[in-house]
Design a protein around this ligand. Sequence first.
Ligand SMILES: [Zn+2]
Length: 88
Amino acid sequence: MKHISEIDMERYLDGTLSFVGRMLSRHHLSKCNECAAKLESLKKDRDELKRLSSIMNDLDDADTKSYNVTCESVTQYFSTESAEDDEN
Ligand SMILES: [Zn+2]
């Protein structure tokens, strides 16, 4: 019995596998516990990755916001402190 390759499993999860490929994979998964377990763990990895990347995005947003605030207050501080300095 030919097992499903990891690449095909990725495609299966992505939904980019061809119709025939999907049918064959489904058929194989219904009979092969090994591949079903592997697909399940791939799926979990992806969910975890998605969760992590959304957390990272949130962190990025927070960092950008606080950075902007800091920049703004620094600029304000210097513009009031040394208004006569002309950098241009
Ligand atoms: Zn298999």
